[in-house]
Design a binder for this molecule. Structure first.
Ligand SMILES: CC(C)(COP(=O)(O)OP(=O)(O)OC[C@H]1O[C@@H](n2cnc3c(N)ncnc32)[C@H](O)[C@@H]1OP(=O)(O)O)[C@@H](O)C(=O)NCCC(=O)NCCS
Length: 172
């Protein structure tokens, strides 16, 4: 189980008490636009279901996903996690409350999560799919030693449009 306290944030598993904070921060078009799984508007029901789904996965013998709250000043202000955990591989995804952008939080959260995934969980490949326009996320991945592997043309359909995605990965 990855639960760590860094200088200005903490990573821990989600609790039902996080629902209000998640809604407050995730209900933001600037977070919806570059992500693939998050609804907009992001309603309280979405947060409650998301937390429940995470708790159920955590209880499984071989979880298919692992999501951690990024807690700042006692509030769940973001999320980082692994999805599609299968065999030696998983995908990484994350978002952070807009008011906290640019402080280096996600770069450090990604490094902690990848270290745990590769060293403690024994995974050998972590990948990330990033919209071509998402410069900040690409920078975070590059600072986390992920390598750009290529462009997946018209990979993702969102709001009736097809988008090219950049594929990043880190292997051990
Ligand atoms: C992407 C995101 C998680 C970054 O979190 P963060 O804590 O602000 O990231 P960091 O502060 O660790 O690093 C951001 C880096 O991107 C750079 N950056 C930010 N905006 C940028 C832009 N428009 N163009 C280029 N670089 C940019 C910053 O300068 C910084 O790099 P530096 O340290 O070399 O200066 C955050 O912006 C977010 O939640 N975005 C919406 C959701 C999302 O995009 N999720 C990822 C989906 S793949």
């Amino acid at each position: 189980m990855l639960e760590v306290t860094a200088r200005d944030f903490k990573l821990r598993h989600f609790r039902q008490g996080d629902a209000d904070a998640i809604v407050k921060y995730a209900n933001n078009r600037k977070i919806y636009r570059p992500t693939m799984e998050m609804p907009y508007p992001f309603k309280r029901r979405d947060a409650v279901e998301w937390i429940e789904q995470n708790r159920a996965e955590k209880a499984r013998k071989h979880p298919g996903m692992l999501s951690l709250a990024i807690v700042v000043d006692g509030e769940a202000a973001g999320c980082i996690g692994l999805s599609d955990i299968e065999g030696h591989k998983a995908a990484v995804g994350y978002w952070l409350a807009e008011e906290l952008w640019g402080r280096g939080i996600m770069t450090r959260a990604l490094k902690l999560t990848t270290r745990y995934a590769l060293n403690d969980m024994g995974l050998r490949r972590l990948c990330a799919h990033v919209f071509l326009f998402n410069r900040a996320s690409m920078r975070v991945l590059e600072k986390g030693s992920f390598k750009r592997e290529g462009i997946l043309r018209k990979e993702t359909e969102k709001d009736g449009r097809l988008y090219d995605m950049v594929l990043y990965a880190k292997v051990r």
